[in-house]
Design a protein around this ligand. Structure first.
Ligand code: SF4
Ligand code: SF4
Length: 97
């Protein structure tokens, strides 16, 4: 007997770009799990010492430039930000939220 498997491949939507988005994903909680050199002033720590990107009262990450909606610490952004793929399912979910 053979068992059939179907690979589910996530195909990013190429019509979506960050340039037409007000950085929706930068309002999500971003855990800092590796040291990429995020400046201390952008880090929030809870009482157990776990680190996330600091979010300001408007909901966005404190490292986001509010005028350009660009990341001001792009070279040092957390690993999770590097992995978040433009046009992916997660991206589309955030844009439609
Ligand atoms: S990755 Fe997606 S949600 Fe994030 S800024 Fe780009 S288009 Fe917007
Ligand atoms: S570090 Fe940069 S890419 Fe990551 S959430 Fe903040 S502004 Fe967005």
């Amino acid at each position: 007997m053979t068992r059939m498997t179907i690979d589910i491949i996530e195909i990013p939507n190429a019509d979506i770009t960050c340039s037409t988005c007000k950085a929706c994903c930068c309002r999500l909680e971003v855990m800092i799990i590796t040291d990429t050199g995020v400046p201390d002033e952008h880090i929030a720590r809870d009482k157990w010492g776990s680190e996330t990107m600091l979010r300001l009262d408007d909901g966005w990450c404190s490292a986001l430039d509010r005028d350009t909606f660009m990341c001001t610490i792009y070279e040092n952004r957390p690993w999770i930000c590097r992995e978040f793929e433009m046009g992916s399912y997660e991206c589309q979910t955030e844009r439609s939220a």
